[in-house]
Write a protein that binds this ligand. Structure first.
Ligand SMILES: Nc1ncnc2c1ncn2[C@@H]1O[C@H](COP(=O)(O)OP(=O)(O)OP(=O)(O)O)[C@@H](O)[C@H]1O
Ligand SMILES: O=P(O)(O)OC[C@H]1O[C@H](OP(=O)(O)OP(=O)(O)O)[C@H](O)[C@@H]1O
Length: 236
């Protein structure tokens, strides 16, 4: 049996779901920032949606034809790419990492503003000439971004894939550099690291499954219009 891939998405619409649009939202810091925008868009998920202790993952909203699912930020893009959710909200970092062709990202929500950067120990920064490297070891949660970034300058990156606490890697001998998100820079500073290069700026995006955009164009078009209008509204 052929397993579904993102390129051959399974049909997300089961009979009892027919007509329901599914919006994937990320748990954590983006969700915390999203409240006012969702409010302006007129989306009010069921009361237990914001209850971190709730074991429910799929929630109805005040719109009978819209459900939201609450997933890990890194998984939002995968749920949307495979057609499990029609719409989603996730950081540009996640989109860059997976680079799913099935995803269209029409709206920059201006939230979760940070950057993906290279950082290294303060003690060695500036001491060696990065232009002469042919290989580097990099600890990161973003193996594809890191490999692409270094490959573009002819440097082979040996990646140590971590899911958090990358900042510990250089001092504990796992890698010489890290590629991670930076906002204020305080996490780097607290761990004796310095940002040496910005790979890309990051904000959160509204994303859409391209197939769903064609097959459910009316409903999805209406949600995109609502998000656009909400973004254009002056914030009180
Ligand atoms: N320091 C930051 N400042 C601003 N935005 C950030 C920052 N860190 C992360 N983000 C944005 O928020 C998204 C989610 O980050 P968050 O830290 O909530 O989740 P996570 O740690 O990746 O999730 P998990 O708990 O599943 O590991 C990131 O993909 C990025 O777009
Ligand atoms: O530049 P700063 O303002 O210090 O922000 C950067 C930190 O924010 C993110 O971690 P987060 O707080 O999300 O924790 P995590 O490691 O659990 O993802 C990121 O992975 C950095 O560690």
């Amino acid at each position: 049996m052929d397993l579904p891939t993102a390129a051959t998405p399974i049909d997300p619409v089961t009979p009892e779901d027919a007509g329901t649009i599914v919006l994937a939202l990320p748990k954590g810091r983006i969700l915390a920032e999203l409240g006012p925008l969702l409010e302006r868009t007129g989306i009010r998920p069921a009361d237990d949606f914001r209850d971190e202790d709730s074991r429910r993952l799929r929630f109805p909203t005040n719109h009978p034809a819209l459900d939201v699912v609450r997933v890990r930020p890194f998984d939002v893009a995968t749920f949307v790419a495979f057609g499990g959710a029609h719409l989603g909200i996730c950081g540009a970092d996640v989109l860059m990492e997976f680079d799913y062709p099935e995803i269209y990202a029409p709206l920059d929500l201006g939230l979760g503003r940070c950057r993906v950067s290279v950082a290294e120990p303060v003690a060695v920064a500036g001491a060696d000439d990065a232009k002469r490297w042919s290989r580097v070891s990099v600890a990161t949660k973003y193996p594809n971004i890191a490999r692409r970034h270094f490959a573009a300058r002819g440097v082979q990156a040996e990646v140590v894939h971590l899911n958090g606490a990358m900042e510990l890697a250089p001092s504990l001998g796992l890698a010489s550099l890290i590629v991670d998100l930076v906002q204020t820079g305080s996490t780097l500073k607290a761990n004796g690291l310095v940002e040496t290069e910005v790979i890309a700026p990051v904000t959160s995006r509204l994303i859409v499954n391209r197939t769903a955009l064609k097959t459910r164009s009316e409903a999805i078009g209406a949600w995109l219009a609502r998000f656009r209008a909400a973004l254009a509204e002056p914030i009180a």
